[in-house]
Design a protein around this ligand. Structure first.
Ligand code: PXL
Length: 278
């Protein structure tokens, strides 16, 4: 039977990030993709591609989760952008209705176009209500600093320290993504499982952030966990998927490129991923 991957996340209308990318990644990795929409982000081409953000009514979110979980035996879920404290209340309550083998949290912290005050409320609600439910969390450089309370993250040793601090908040598996923000020639992702620190690195591809990379990474981890892949292999495969997706990135009228993963992992990309334990 085909494995099922489930995501609760927001729409990003250009197709470069959010639930569009999650569902594409789930399908590309050979799983049946199920999604619940939390909000709609429509970049504004007339306003510097700023975020226009509309939340989905909490009752409608709860109804979608009810439909998805009643229809399918879902046991692995990815949580992407939630966007408001009311959405977080609803998603936390719905998640509590059944056991999950894995809850993969991509802690999307700030969204441009939201009121700073509202965003702070949302960040705090995410930390208080969703983070304790996560078995896997995938913070990027900024999110790792915020969640760990560290001012700077400038080395792999610093990333390991951030991962240990975030692990202490609850999630069993913490994957910190260094991205282009980590100084040095390599794009480094680091997995702490409570005992061992595993480092996945590839040479950086340019110095620009690519839209959808974080969404793709967490979605690939989710699909692999759904298939029964062990977390260390899931992280390595996700690294490979994102590396290939950035290599094959797609330019558009927007001022940033977006990842594109066609579903066939290439040997030349696999060979670029170095795995080591700290
Ligand atoms: O990449 C973060 C992200 C996640 N989800 C949605 C988004 C974005 C960034 O734009 O719009 C819906």
């Amino acid at each position: 039977m085909t494995s099922l991957s489930y995501v609760i996340a927001g729409s990003e209308a250009t197709g470069g990030a959010g639930i569009q990318v999650d569902l594409k990644t789930f399908q590309a990795l050979g799983t049946y993709a199920v999604g619940t929409l939390t909000c709609i982000v429509s970049f504004d081409p007339k306003n510097d591609w700023g975020h226009r953000f509309v939340p989905v009514d909490p009752q409608v979110i709860a109804a979608q989760i009810e439909a998805a979980t009643s229809c399918h035996d879902l046991d692995v879920v990815k949580i992407g952008m939630l966007g408001t404290p009311a959405t977080i209340d609803t998603v936390a309550a719905s998640l509590a209705e059944q056991p999950w083998r894995h809850v993969v949290l991509d802690p999307v912290l700030i969204c441009k176009g939201q009121e700073p005050g509202a965003a702070l409320d949302t960040d705090n609600a995410l930390k208080a209500q969703i983070l304790p439910l996560a078995s896997v969390i995938t913070p990027n450089h900024f999110e790792a600093c915020t969640l760990s309370g560290m001012e700077r993250l400038e080395s792999v040793a610093g990333m390991a320290e951030a991962a240990r601090r975030i692990h202490a908040l609850g999630p069993q598996h913490v994957i910190v993504k260094g991205g282009v923000e980590l100084p040095g020639p390599d794009a480094v992702d680091l997995l702490f499982d409570g005992e061992t620190v595993t480092v996945y690195s590839t040479p950086k591809i340019g110095q620009e952030r690519v839209s959808g990379a974080g969404c793709t990474f967490a979605a690939a981890v989710t699909a692999e966990l759904a298939k029964g892949t062990d977390i260390h292999d899931a992280a390595r495969i996700a690294k490979q998927v994102v590396t290939q997706g950035i290599t094959d990135r797609r330019a558009s009228a927007a001022p940033f490129d977006a990842v594109f993963f066609d579903g066939t992992l290439r040997e030349d990309v696999a060979a670029r991923v170095q795995v080591a334990t700290l």
